[in-house]
Ligand binder design. Structure first.
Ligand SMILES: Nc1ncnc2c1ncn2[C@@H]1O[C@H](COP(=O)(O)OP(=O)(O)OP(=O)(O)O)[C@@H](O)[C@H]1O
Length: 250
């Protein structure tokens, strides 16, 4: 991969990325192969969610992704992780990007403690490693009093804290955080932002999708503004946010 004049190596390259979703007129997304069983009179709509997005992300950057609802932010993140295929263009990454969140692996009926082990295994830790990390995770989530209760009894904020604490226990080289910070309370948000900064300092590259301009300003070194599937602006977070808010207030 090419290097910049400052010598930083790109870790993610998005090269004219297009993503088109095929959606049934009833509103449901379609998986490959589903098309065949649809009745012919039901129209198939194409949603062009990303229209040629190009950028390079470098080591140690923390990149905020902003834009209106439905502008394509999550689609871009899912394409970077490989969950959503690009229709045209390509994404190159120097190592496998991780999406912060172990939500899918967790089970509401199990205690917070058992879910920590489960979530850790899903992240690739061994049981022994999780036994060592467990207390730190419980302390970060501040759930000492509740950790033996089923996770399903937790409030949404408590669940979000548990998920963040599990996922943030691992150092990721390329980490994608999609709105995870918006759910906790103000104090937890500050602590999770600090943790993200720490991960970034340890040679990680972080993408943070958020509608909280404060989170982006406090956490990110760069911002990408995606609007209607296109990269509208890329640069210093304060300037990009100012331009975005100016358009929103018109
Ligand atoms: N599975 C899907 N099938 C069809 N269309 C989809 C699918 N997922 C997303 N879209 C469409 O793609 C566009 C971009 O959606 P996306 O979720 O990436 O936006 P976003 O910027 O993350 O929005 P928000 O800020 O509201 O979370 C929207 O028009 C959305 O309706």
């Amino acid at each position: 991969m090419a290097e910049t004049s400052q010598g930083a190596k790109p870790v993610v390259i998005a090269d004219s990325v297009h993503v088109e979703y095929k959606a049934h007129a009833s509103g449901k997304g379609l998986k490959e192969g589903t098309r065949k069983i649809l009745t012919p009179h039901k129209a198939l709509r194409t949603v062009h969610a990303l229209k040629g997005v190009t950028f390079k992300a470098y080591e140690n950057e923390s990149i905020g992704i902003i834009g209106s609802n439905g502008s394509g932010k999550s689609t871009l993140m899912r394409a970077i992780v490989g969950l959503t295929p690009t229709t045209r263009g390509a994404i190159y990454a120097s190592s496998r990007p991780s999406m912060l969140g172990v939500g899918a692996a967790l089970m509401p009926k199990l205690s917070g403690e058992k879910n920590i082990i489960l979530g850790g295994l899903a992240l690739g830790f061994t049981k022994a490693e999780m036994a060592e990390l467990k207390d730190e995770i419980i302390a970060f989530a501040e759930l000492e009093q509740f950790i033996d209760l089923p996770m399903g009894t937790y409030s949404s904020g408590m669940q979000a804290r548990l998920k963040f604490a599990i996922a943030a226990s691992k150092q990721h080289e390329i980490l994608i955080v999609d709105e995870a910070l918006a759910v906790g309370d103000q104090r937890f948000r500050q602590r999770s932002e600090a943790r993200i900064r720490e991960m970034r300092e340890n040679a990680g590259t972080v993408f943070l999708v958020s509608h909280s301009m404060k989170s982006i300003k406090d956490t990110c070194s760069r911002a990408l503004w995606i609007e209607k599937g296109e990269l509208r602006m890329d640069g210093d977070p304060t300037q990009v946010i100012r331009a975005y808010q100016k358009l929103r207030n018109q």
